[in-house]
Design a protein around this ligand. Structure first.
Ligand code: SF4
Length: 278
């Protein structure tokens, strides 16, 4: 079977930057290194990090003294960063600059008196971090969910960096009809927009699509949703082992896209197995 790999499949700029940072700190060898939460939403990459001596903690209070703490691409909540400082821990900030932007905007716009609305998943680490930077009321609107009633004249809308553009547009449009002033700050990262456009184009020209990446990765799940709307024969897998040859019966060309946190070796493994299917 022929495999067509999306141009943008695999690590984005932000993930590569953070992974390189962690590896550089770990290679230094001076102190134990832990990441605050999984470095990226990919179990295979986290496992490779563990093999190189990089641990993962859920909270700063679990960190042993003398350990270097790396903040992951998704950022961290403000009180955790404050606690790390208070404890005198060495902190390496791996937050993607595209995530720092909504954090800074949440802080600035709430100081300017806006009720901040974030379009995204309230349980996602990135959104939790952004919300923690707001210094006033803040509401998270889940993509596809109805808009809650917000009692405010001034509303500022931000997006999770991996949000689907149409969802951001929907929320901004609906709020514009309800509030006196709506300030929309499009914080969807350009890598996400490009990757989603690429996935759409890929899905149009193939007989099936495989999207590779962590099941806990929001951007990978969005890619699979986008592709499935165009090509119903779309599957989201984490590794080559999950592929079932029965999915591809009658297919000549399969498209392969991958999330921003999917390592190259995992993509290659999936592509190699697909090429071996009749
Ligand atoms: S997808 Fe965008 S926001 Fe997320 S880590 Fe990559 S570059 Fe940064």
């Amino acid at each position: 079977m022929d495999v067509k790999i999306a141009r943008t499949a695999g690590f984005c700029w932000g993930v590569r930057r953070t992974v390189d940072k962690v590896l550089a700190v770990a290679a230094d060898g001076g102190r134990p290194v832990v990441t605050l939460g999984p470095i990226i939403h990919n179990p295979q990459a986290v496992e490779r990090m563990r093999e190189r001596g990089v641990g993962t903690v859920a909270e700063v209070r679990e960190v042993a003294p003398g350990t270097t703490v790396v903040v992951r691409t998704h950022g961290a909540v403000k009180p955790e960063l404050a606690l790390a400082r208070e404890r005198g821990l060495e902190v390496v900030d791996g937050t993607c600059p595209y995530v720092k932007y909504p954090q800074a905007m949440a802080q600035r716009l709430s100081r300017e008196g806006y009720h901040v609305v974030v379009v995204g998943d309230a349980n996602h680490a990135e959104v939790k971090g952004v919300v923690s930077f707001a210094e006033g009321p803040c509401t998270v609107v889940k993509p596809g969910a109805p808009l809650p009633e917000i009692k405010a004249k001034k509303v500022a809308v931000l997006a999770q960096t991996t949000c689907i553009g149409e969802e951001f547009e929907r929320v901004v449009g609906a709020l514009a009809l309800r509030h006196k002033e709506v300030r929309a700050v499009n914080t969807i990262c350009s890598d996400t927009e490009e990757r989603q456009a690429d996935a759409r184009a890929l899905a149009r020209g193939v007989d099936a699509v495989v999207v590779v990446g962590g099941k806990n990765s929001a951007n990978t799940r969005h890619l699979a949703e986008i592709c499935r709307e165009i090509q119903p024969r779309t599957w989201h897998v984490e590794t080559a082992d999950e592929l079932d040859p029965a999915w591809f019966q009658g297919c000549g060309v399969v498209g392969l896209s991958a999330g921003a946190s999917t390592p190259d070796w995992v993509i290659e493994g999936v592509a190699a197995r697909l090429r071996g299917f009749p």
